[in-house]
Write a protein that binds this ligand. Sequence first.
Ligand SMILES: [Zn+2]
Length: 89
Amino acid sequence: MTGDFGVRCADVHPTGCDRTLRAQRPDDVVELAREHGALAHGFTPAWYSKQRLATIAAAIGLPVTELAADDAHRAAGGHQRRTRQTIEP
Ligand SMILES: [Zn+2]
């Protein structure tokens, strides 16, 4: 555990942007995401509604290193960690 949190821009904005925003604390990641969204993509403060911020916070729940590997099950709707099983032939 590094204690670092992060989220990819595209996971919390409809941008397709590949930038990953990282910080030591989840709250800071939310702030970074808002700042980056405003500066890089022109999202207004109003765009970050309570519901969107909650979605962003949920997306940050995983350490950065987990984000890439967990695309499949997160796309299916969950953000909880699951034990992966490797089936050997
Ligand atoms: Zn971006």
